[in-house]
Design a protein around this ligand. Structure first.
Ligand code: DGL
Length: 275
């Protein structure tokens, strides 16, 4: 069957599955194609140019599969590639297509999660270095103080399925300890990487109860539902058969094994080859 008129969901690897899970929980009727660039994950330490090139290649592939709308379910790709794709590629090459990210919808609502107006943002080195959250949050909530901490060991732990093992404790304590030391008024920690929700059981164990942990799945799902309501020209051309397809640039067997853990159901992925 041709993959026409599906919503594309992209991540550097497995992390976007945490967003995808929430999206299908809220919007199960649409057809979706998930693409994980597992062959080149993690993106977190790559340069802007590299993340842009990889992300654009994957977005163009999803377009070639008939997706009129692609969600970058990856903070690193949203921080480093989204704006260039939206401004420099779509209007000239793909005027009818849309690409959305996860940073703006998160920044829009973060004010509802903090009383002290002090939030901690945990992300990859790339996301932190881009300062995207500082900029986006200040647009909606100039009064909120934002502290950032990069957690470079968390994505490898998740990608290697070691996130619930004893080895993960050290790195969870290390990064959580650092961000909480930065300002004792922090009352909300944002998991600004789609891999990080897998670490919630470990993080919650050491986090003081008064600190809210904010993951992006529900937020992005709500924002997508809202977007589709406001854009009937896109909504109407997306097939509504509830078909979900999974592609990976990495090893399909590996992907399928991991996906059952991260996504809660068994999937049979198909290969996609990158540059
Ligand atoms: N899950 C991604 C994010 O949200 C990317 C992690 C990575 O590839 O480094 O940032």
């Amino acid at each position: 069957m041709e993959n026409r008129h599906s919503i594309g969901i992209f991540d550097s690897g497995y992390g976007g599955l945490t967003i995808f899970k929430s999206i299908i929980g809220k919007l199960p009727e649409y057809n979706y194609i998930y693409l994980g660039d597992n062959a080149r994950t993690p993106y977190g330490d790559h340069s802007f140019e590299t993340v842009y090139r990889y992300t654009l290649e994957c977005v163009e592939w999803l377009f070639s599969q008939g997706c009129p709308l692609v969600i970058l379910a990856c903070n690193t790709a949203s921080a480093k590639a989204l704006r260039s794709i939206q401004q420099n590629v779509l209007p000239y090459k793909y005027p009818g297509r849309r690409v959305l990210g996860v940073i703006r919808p998160t920044a829009e609502v973060i004010g509802n999660y903090t009383d002290s107006k002090t939030v901690g943002v945990l992300g990859t080195r790339g996301t932190v270095k881009s300062a995207s959250y500082l900029m986006e949050i200040s647009k909606f909530y100039p009064e909120i103080r934002v502290l950032q901490q990069s957690c470079p060991m968390w994505v490898p732990l998740v990608e290697n399925n070691e996130h619930l093992g004893p080895g993960a404790d050290y790195f969870v304590e290390k990064y959580i300890g650092r961000i909480l030391e930065a300002d004792d008024r922090i009352d909300c920690l944002l998991l600004a990487c789609t891999h990080y929700p897998l670490l919630i059981p470990k993080i919650r164990k050491i986090l003081p109860e008064n600190i809210r942990l904010m993951a992006q799945g529900e937020i992005v799902a709500d924002s997508l539902g809202d977007y589709l309501n406001r854009h009937p020209e896109i909504e109407q051309i997306i097939a509504k058969e509830g078909i979900r397809k999974f592609f990976t640039s990495g090893d399909t067997e590996n992907f399928d094994r991991h996906t059952s853990v991260f996504f809660g159901e068994h999937v049979a992925s198909e290969p996609m080859s990158v540059g």
